[in-house]
Design a protein around this ligand. Structure first.
Ligand SMILES: Cc1cc2nc3c(=O)[nH]c(=O)nc-3n(C[C@H](O)[C@H](O)[C@H](O)COP(=O)(O)O)c2cc1C
Length: 347
C-alpha cells in the first residue's frame, strides 16, 4: 500500500508536530488541504492534549497525527543544576528578577505511564508519532490493535533499525537541518547527518516508508528527497509563520528579519536549532558549565525568558527554526500546501 493510501491523504506533505507552536486550527487547515496535519502534544498536560485533539476533530474530518516525547526520564543531577542556576543568576538580576532555587520536571515522557496512551486510544487520531525514542512494546501493541499508525523519528541508522525491529509503521528521517530538537535517542550520540543522507541510508537499509524532515522549505527540495526514496516530506519551520500557528509576534518577526540558526543545548538541556539570540551570543560562552538535565533545564530557560519579556527584552525566546529558514515565505497554510504541490509537480 502506498503511504498516501495508508494515511488516506491526497498529498505527501506532513505538517511537522511542533509543541507550543502547532494548534488545532493549523493542523486542521493542513489536513483539509490534503496534507497530514499534526499536533505537538509533548509539552501539553493531559487535559490540554485532550482539548487540542477534540478541537482538531471538530475542525476537520480528515486524518491528522499527534506527537509525544519518548525520552528516558532522567533524575535531576543536583550539582549541574546548582551550577547552571548560578551561571544564569546574573541574567535574572539584569531583569530585576530572582532565579529559582530548584528546577521542576516540566515535561513527562510517554514512557512514564499510560495516561497519554489511553488518551490516544480514546480519541483515535489516524497516527501518532514519537520523538527521542520508541514507546514500550505494550504501548505499540495497543496502538496497533486500535489501528493507529505509529511513526518514530530517527537521526541515524542504528535508531532507524531499532524502530523497524520494534514494529513501527513509518520512520521519520530527521536531518541536522531540522528546526527545534531532533529526536536523538541518546542525546550524547549525535550523528549530525543531513536529511538527504538519512533518506538514502534508510532507503538502502530499511524496509519501512520514510518521511524526510529537516530543511525543506519548497517543492523542489521536497521532490528531490522523494526522488531519493522518501515517501513523504515533513515541514516545520515553513509553517511557523502561518496565522493559525501559535508563534508570537517577536518569533514571527525574527523568522523574516534574522534568519540565521544555531544549535544550542542551553535553552532546554538538549541540543536544538533556533534563530540566533541571547542564548547563543551571551549564554553559550566557551567556559559555560554543563547544562542542567533535560527537561529541568527548560524550566529555567522559560523562567529567564519570562523575566526578560517582563522588561521588554525578547532575546531569550525559544525561536526554533531549521537551517533553511532564510527561504521562508509569507503564505497561509492552505496556500503553502498548494504552492508546494505545484512546485513538486514541476520537478
Ligand atoms: C517550532 C518547532 C517545534 C518543534 N517541536 C517538535 C515536537 O514537539 N515534536 C517533534 O517530533 N518535533 C518537533 N520539531 C521538529 C519537527 O518535527 C521537524 O523535524 C522539523 O521542523 C523539520 O525541520 P524544518 O523545521 O527545517 O522543517 C519542532 C520544530 C520546530 C521548528
Amino acid at each position: 500500500m502506498t503511504l498516501l493510501k495508508q494515511f488516506q491523504i491526497k498529498h505527501p506533505i506532513f505538517l511537522a508536530p511542533m509543541a507550543g507552536v502547532s494548534t488545532p486550527a493549523l493542523a486542521a487547515e493542513v489536513s483539509n488541504q490534503g496534507g497530514l496535519g499534526s499536533l505537538g502534544l509533548g509539552s501539553s498536560t493531559l487535559q490540554d492534549a485532550r482539548q487540542q485533539i477534540l478541537q482538531t476533530q471538530a475542525l476537520t474530518q480528515q486524518p491528522f497525527q499527534v506527537n509525544f516525547f519518548c525520552h528516558q526520564s532522567a533524575a535531576l543531577d543536583q550539582d549541574s543544576a546548582k551550577q547552571w542556576i548560578e551561571y544564569l543568576t546574573p541574567q535574572f538580576e539584569k531583569y530585576h528578577a530572582t532565579a529559582p532555587s530548584e528546577l521542576k520536571c516540566i515535561y513527562h515522557s510517554f514512557l512514564d505511564n499510560d495516561d497519554y496512551l489511553n488518551l490516544v486510544l480514546e480519541t483515535r487520531p489516524k497516527a501518532v508519532s514519537f520523538h527521542f525514542g520508541i514507546p514500550h512494546a505494550h504501548q505499540i501493541q495497543a496502538l496497533k490493535d486500535a489501528g493507529i499508525l505509529i511513526m518514530v523519528s530517527a537521526t541515524n541508522l542504528t535508531e532507524a533499525q531499532a524502530i523497524e525491529a520494534a514494529g513501527i509503521d513509518v520512520i521519520i528521517a530527521q536531518g541536522i537541518e531540522a528546526g527545534g530538537h531532533r529526536g536523538i535517542f541518546n542525546a550524547s550520540l549525535d550523528s549530525a547527518l543531513m536529511t538527504a543522507d538519512l533518506v538514502q541510508l534508510f532507503t538502502q537499509h530499511c524496509n519501512l516508508p520514510i518521511v524526510a524532515a529537516g530543511g525543506i522549505m519548497d517543492g523542489q527540495q521536497a521532490q528531490r528527497l522523494i526522488k531519493l526514496g522518501a515517501a513523504a516530506v515533513q515541514l516545520g519551520t515553513a509553517f511557523v509563520q502561518c496565522k493559525s500557528s501559535n508563534a508570537n509576534a517577536a518569533y514571527r518577526k525574527a523568522l523574516f528579519n534574522n534568519p540565521i540558526t544555531q544549535i544550542s543545548s542551553s535553552i532546554s538541556g538538549r541540543a536544538a536549532r533556533g534563530l540566533i539570540n541571547h542564548w547563543h551570543l551571551q549564554i553559550d560562552q566557551p567556559d559555560r558549565p554543563t547544562v542542567a538535565t533535560y527537561p529541568y533545564c527548560y524550566d529555567l530557560g522559560k523562567q529567564l525568558n519570562a523575566a526578560a519579556l517582563a522588561q521588554g527584552d525578547e532575546g531569550f525566546g525559544a525561536f526554533w527554526a531549521g537551517s533553511n529558514v532564510v527561504q521562508i515565505r509569507d503564505l497561509e497554510a492552505a496556500d503553502l500546501i498548494n504552492q508546494l504541490v505545484l512546485e513538486m509537480t514541476q520537478h
